[in-house]
Structure formats: structure tokens, C-alpha cells
Design a protein around this ligand. Structure first.
Ligand code: NAP
Length: 297
């Protein structure tokens, strides 16, 4: 069997088109312009490129977009005050603090200062708790993107055996929690694996849907995948650079071998990655609708 390649790039482009149309309606019919601020402290090149991409996408969609860049020596107090200002700014519906923050700033203290109604990253404990009890307003962007890819590819989730490799707060735990809910696009039987899991392969071989978010190159090889499984590769590993100086990226899954066994697989790059920014935009539109009292589906 040769797997269908699930193109996150194509799915993301389709969602962005839908969002663009929704933003036009929000502006025309409701006089609501979704507002997103990205706050970056310092000038780490990877972080600069992430926030630039987020702002470019926000502008393309017709958002009110603010890029707030602060020097690396910004104090925690100043950053907290900045977040407080955006919390009470009615033109801003989504606040994204680009991580990592410089070492002298307590990351949790900063993330917890964001108004949960504007927490479009879904990292605030209120939103983590709401996700846990099946009443989520915002899903963290990467897990949200994974679920959306499964749904839009027509992968049955209900009743499926889902195995997640990785238990981070960013990816592993939230995607497991989303897919186990007694809700549509969920109702799966979920197993979470990590570095202390005994005999990882015994678990991964059971998976109808295998989600790998380990950050370890070739954490999953073909002998660990059941014939016909759907494989979602979240990992991003830099394996070198092109002569032009561009990073060469690969996932956590041995793609070439696993694609001969899986029924569908996401590539790296071009799989989960493009979905993450897209779902940030989706969350910002949700936040704007919520603030305007427009029903969320
Ligand atoms: P993380 O915080 O480092 O967590 C990795 C998890 O995987 C940990 O729970 C770890 O177990 C587990 N793990 C690592 N190697 C393993 C192995 N060989 N077998 C079993 N479990 C293993 O990473 P993360 O933030 O979740 O990110 C995971 C990967 O996804 C990274 O490559 C990251 O760059 C990528 N990522 C991509 C996107 C995107 O938009 N494309 C977004 C987020 C993350 P322990 O808990 O026991 O240490």
C-alpha cells in the first residue's frame, strides 16, 4: 500500500479562504474586525520569522494586526503591564506571546496574565481546564490543526484506536484530550506514550491513527506501524542546510518506509506545520465573534 499524502499546505489554504470570507462578513454585517497582537521579546531569528509569518497571514485575512516587538532586556513587570493593556483594548481579540521568552522572565506568569477570552494559543489554565471538561473555547493551535486535518481528510475518529507518541502540554496531552472527548470528531480510544513507555512498538502497532510528536528523528519506523494506519507526523527536526543556507527539515517518522505501509501520512515539511498558523487565525476569529456576542458553532 502506498499512502495518500495529507497536504497540510492545501488544507490550510482552503481554511484561510473560508476565514477570509468570514472576516468580510464580520466586517460588513457586524462591524467587527478581528484584532491580533503578537508580542515578541528579543530578536531570536526563528521567533522573528514565526511572528512575521503570523502577522502576514493576519493582514492577508483582513485582521487588525499589531506586531509588538520589545528589546530582550524588557522586564517581566513591563511585559505584564503590556499584556494588561491589550487585555483591556477592545480592538484586540487575540494576544499571542511568542515563546520562548528570555530567561529572566517567568513564562507561566506571563501566559497566565493573558485574559482567557483572548488566549488564542489556548495555553491559559482556564482554557486547558475547559478543554479537559469538554467545554473548550480555544484549542491549542497545533492539536487543533491535527484534528482539522483528520476531519477534512475524512479519517474516521469515532471508535478509532489513537496512539499519541509524546506527552507535552503543547501537543501530546491536548491532542489526546481532544480526541477522547464524548463529542463529534472525537470519541476515540486514546493511548499516550512517552520515553518511559515499555515496548513502544506494542502500542504503536495497535494504532488506527498514530500521532507522533516526539521531536526525535525516526522515533517511528515502518516496523512500528500497522498496515493501513493513518500517520500524523508533528516532529520538526533540522537535518542539515541546503547550499543556499535553508534548513532541511524532517519529521519524527521514517517517511519513505512508513508511506509504503500507511493508508495516509502527513509530510514534513508541508503537513502539520502550515495548519498551526491557520488555526491561530481561526481562534482569533472565534475570539472576535465571542467578544461581539456572535454565536460560536
Ligand atoms: P517536547 O516538549 O520535547 O515533548 C516531546 C515528547 O515526546 C515528550 O513527552 C517525550 O517523552 C516524548 N518522546 C521523545 N522521544 C521519544 C521516543 N523516542 N519515544 C517515545 N517518546 C518520546 O516536544 P513538543 O513541544 O511536543 O514537540 C514535539 C515535536 O513537534 C518537536 O519536533 C517540535 O518541533 C514539533 N512541533 C511542531 C509544530 C508544528 O507546528 N509543526 C508545533 C509544535 C511542535 P518524555 O515526556 O518522557 O520526555
Amino acid at each position: 500500500m502506498t499512502a495518500k499524502i495529507i497536504s497540510g499546505k492545501e488544507i490550510a489554504a482552503a481554511i484561510l479562504e473560508e476565514l477570509k470570507a468570514e472576516v468580510s462578513v464580520l466586517k460588513l454585517k457586524h462591524n467587527v474586525e478581528p484584532g491580533l497582537v503578537t508580542i515578541l521579546v528579543g530578536d531570536d531569528p526563528a521567533s522573528v520569522s514565526y511572528v512575521t509569518a503570523k502577522q502576514r497571514t493576519a493582514r492577508d485575512l483582513g485582521f487588525h494586526s499589531v506586531q509588538d516587538i520589545r528589546p530582550a532586556d524588557t522586564s517581566e513587570e513591563t511585559l505584564l503591564k503590556t499584556i494588561g493593556d491589550y487585555n483591556s483594548d477592545p480592538a484586540i481579540h487575540g494576544i499571542l506571546v511568542q515563546l520562548p521568552l528570555p530567561k529572566h522572565i517567568n513564562e507561566n506568569r506571563v501566559l497566565y496574565a493573558v485574559n482567557p477570552d483572548k488566549d488564542v494559543d489556548g495555553f491559559h489554565p482556564v482554557n486547558v481546564g475547559r478543554l479537559m471538561i469538554g467545554d473548550a473555547r480555544f484549542y491549542p493551535c497545533t492539536p487543533y490543526g491535527i484534528r482539522e486535518m483528520l476531519v477534512r481528510t475524512g479519517v474516521p475518529i469515532e471508535g478509532a484506536e489513537v496512539v499519541v507518541v509524546g506527552r507535552s502540554n503543547l501537543v501530546g496531552k491536548p491532542i489526546a484530550m481532544m480526541l477522547v472527548q464524548k463529542q463529534k470528531a472525537a470519541n476515540a480510544t486514546v493511548t499516550i506514550c512517552h520515553t518511559r513507555t515499555k515496548n513502544l512498538k506494542e502500542h504503536t502497532l495497535r494504532a488506527d491513527i498514530l500521532i507522533v510528536a516526539a521531536g526525535t528523528r525516526n522515533a517511528v519506523t515502518a516496523d512500528m506501524v500497522r498496515e493501513g494506519a493513518v500517520v500524523i507526523d508533528v516532529g520538526v527536526n533540522r537535518i542539515g542546510t541546503t547550499p543556499e543556507g535553508k534548513a532541511i527539515l524532517r519529521g519524527d517518522v521514517d517517511f519513505d518506509a512508513v508511506k509504503e505501509k500507511a493508508s495516509a501520512i502527513t509530510p514534513v515539511p508541508g503537513g502539520v506545520g502550515p495548519m498551526t498558523i491557520t488555526m491561530l487565525m481561526m481562534n482569533t476569529v472565534r475570539a472576535a465573534k465571542f467578544a461581539a456576542g456572535i454565536a460560536l458553532e
